[in-house]
Design a protein around this ligand. Sequence first.
Ligand code: SF4
Length: 328
Amino acid sequence: MVRLRTAELFALDLETLAREAQRITRQNFGRTISLYAPLYLANYCENQCLYCGFSARLRIQREKLGPEQIAAECAALAATGIQNILLLTGESHKHTPLGYLLAAAEVVKKYFPSISIEVQPMETEEYRALVEAGVDGLAVYQETYDREIYARLHPAGRKRNFQYRFETPARAAQAGIRQISLGALLGLGDWRPDVEALFGHLNALESEYPGVDFSLSFPRMLPVEGAVQPCIVSDADMVRILCVARILFPRVGINLSTREPARFRDHVFPLGVTRMSAGSATTVGGYAQSLQGHDAQFSISDERSLAEIKTMLLNKEYDPVFTDWRRM
Ligand code: SF4
């Protein structure tokens, strides 16, 4: 297909987009899907994002795992076969500062060859220290690229600073983080301008930092008790977004989380997805039996275990990949 501009691609019919996206995905990634799991270390947060279950304005039970609890979580997850881990916290410089994250990474790297983080945006030097401690991936989502909506949905905390967040992937790239995932939280406003701005952000970063392995995420907002309710992003919209992303960025990884229902994930992953979360818990201490039962950041739609997702992939003649990276 001749390289079309974003607007022209969005105007194509779904069938044409899907055919092309699947062809490009097979050509560049074969029939493989990397699997990972999130591990929530803490739910303290200094921000008040109006769409999130961890917002500082909500009265929920706050928790932070200590080294022994982290080890218990890791052991429970590693026993399932997971090797790629995404460590998450709320964004709290007080409760989960750099020192806490470095200590956590020291524990986690005994169990997993690859560690990504989704925590408060930090300075380049702080990211350097995390790389030294074994962290090789970062997820940081702009949420929305519309400055007016951004200001309205982030009324308090450091996250109010749109520009600092926007420049976070560049600081991480300068620090030597190998894999960086960008995203927009779909449903905060009109999805189309957000997705186009996300593509522009990625384009600029890829030109500036060609050695970094960038990936895209399109989390679709789910209703959370006490939070603003999402604008509708239909399944057809989601398919369109995935396909256009794949066609515009043939070699970029695309993540699909357990926010999406099992049926939807099973149908759309061949169109461009390269990484899926599996067997996810979105509560602090969600894996080790003794720590279960806390408030979740958002609800999960696909509640299948890692073994069930693996079986689904094998049945569709895809290879589930557990690790494609090892520290030397
Ligand atoms: S989205 Fe992140 S920063 Fe915002 S309230 Fe939730 S945990 Fe905190």
